[in-house]
Design a protein around this ligand. Structure first.
Ligand code: VGL
Ligand code: ZN
Length: 199
C-alpha cells in the first residue's frame, strides 16, 4: 500500500514567510494534482514552541550559523513555524481534504526535528513509522519542503524504517543553505536506494 507524505508546506517556508524556500509555491498544484490518488495521504507541520533551540534568536546569533548541541550540529534559523502562528499554517492553496493524518514535529523546546519519523537525535520517534506500518503502508512517496532538510531526513529515515521510498522530484524544493546542499542531499538519497519519480 502506497502513502503520500506532504512535508512542511507551510506559510513560513513560502514567499513572504520567515524561511522562504525558493520556488516553494510551485509544489502546491503538483501535490494537489496527485494527493487523492494514494491509499493514505499524510502531512507534516514544523511546529516549534517560541524560543525553540533551532532559532538563532534564542542564542543571540545570526541565522545560518551552526552550533553544537548534544544531539549533534544544529543549523540556526530565523524564528519560523511557531505553534499556532499564521506562519505555521499550511499554505492556503494546499488541498487538505485528502489528508487523513497530520504529524507535528519540532515540538520539543530543546530538540529540532527535520524528519517526519525521528527527531534530530535520530532516536526519538514521532510515531509516524509505527502508524504507517499499522495501516499496511509499504511504500512512501515524499513531496514538499525542503529537499535538503526535512524531505531529505524523512526519506533517509523512511528507508531505514523499511519503507520503499520515492521522492516526487517535481514536487519538492530546497533551501540550498549552505550552497550545494540540495545536490549533496539528492546524491546521498540516490545512493541510499531512494527513487526519484515525476508525478
Ligand atoms: C525545515 C529548516 C528548519 C524544513 C524546517 O522543513 O526543511 N528546514 N526547519
Ligand atoms: Zn524548523
Amino acid at each position: 500500500m502506497d502513502a503520500l507524505i506532504i512535508i512542511d508546506v507551510q506559510n513560513d517556508f513560502c514567499t513572504g514567510g520567515a524561511l522562504a524556500v525558493p520556488g516553494s509555491e510551485e509544489v502546491v498544484p503538483r501535490i494537489n494534482a496527485v494527493s487523492s490518488n494514494f491509499a493514505l495521504t499524510a502531512a507534516t507541520q514544523d511546529w516549534h514552541p517560541p524560543g525553540h533551540i533551532s532559532f538563532a534568536s534564542a542564542h543571540g546569533e545570526t541565522p545560518g550559523k551552526t552550533i553544537g548541541l548534544p544531539s549533534g550540529p544544529q543549523m540556526l534559523w530565523p524564528d519560523h513555524c511557531v505553534q499556532g502562528s499564521p506562519g505555521a499554517d499550511f499554505h492556503p492553496e494546499l488541498n487538505l481534504k485528502p489528508v487523513s493524518l497530520i504529524i507535528r514535529k519540532g515540538t520539543r523546546p530543546k530538540m529540532d526535528s527535520y524528519s517526519a519519523f525521528l527527531e534530530n537525535d535520530h532516536s526519538t520517534s514521532t510515531g509516524l513509522a509505527a502508524c504507517l506500518k499499522s495501516l499496511g503502508v509499504t511504500k512512501v512517496f515524499l513531496c514538499g519542503l525542503a529537499t535538503d532538510y526535512c524531505v531529505y531526513f524523512s526519506a533517509m529515515d523512511a528507508v531505514a524504517a523499511g519503507f520503499e521510498t520515492a521522492v516526487i522530484e517535481n514536487a519538492v524544493r530546497g533551501v540550498n543553505i549552505p550552497e550545494g546542499s540540495i545536490t549533496a542531499a539528492v546524491e546521498t538519497m540516490k545512493k541510499n536506494s531512494i527513487q526519484f519519480v515525476k508525478l
